[in-house]
Design a protein around this ligand. Sequence first.
Ligand code: FES
Length: 104
Amino acid sequence: MTQKTLLCDLTDIPLHEMRCISLSNRNVLVAHTEYGVYVSDEICTHEDARLCDGNLTGTLVKCPLHGSRFDLTTGAVLDDPADMPLQIYPVSIENGSVYVTFPA
Ligand code: FES
């Protein structure tokens, strides 16, 4: 059982930009890259930093606090000090709206 949730309009997030969006049950990062739209948990897996305050390069997001980079296509962490992958959620675009699917 999964939960499909409307996040935003695609036009809300310009290409090469990202936003943090608060939902009723969790907060997520939404990134609009040239390779597609990706959604992950908002908070870095190292400490309490919002990844939307960092930098987006291609599909790599860099944490604003200590600089670990995460690949939004897989969640893989590429640099210390973070050592846990980022949770990534499946995304679909329907009629210009961005939907994310969470595990139940
Ligand atoms: S809080 Fe993100 S790398 Fe430390």
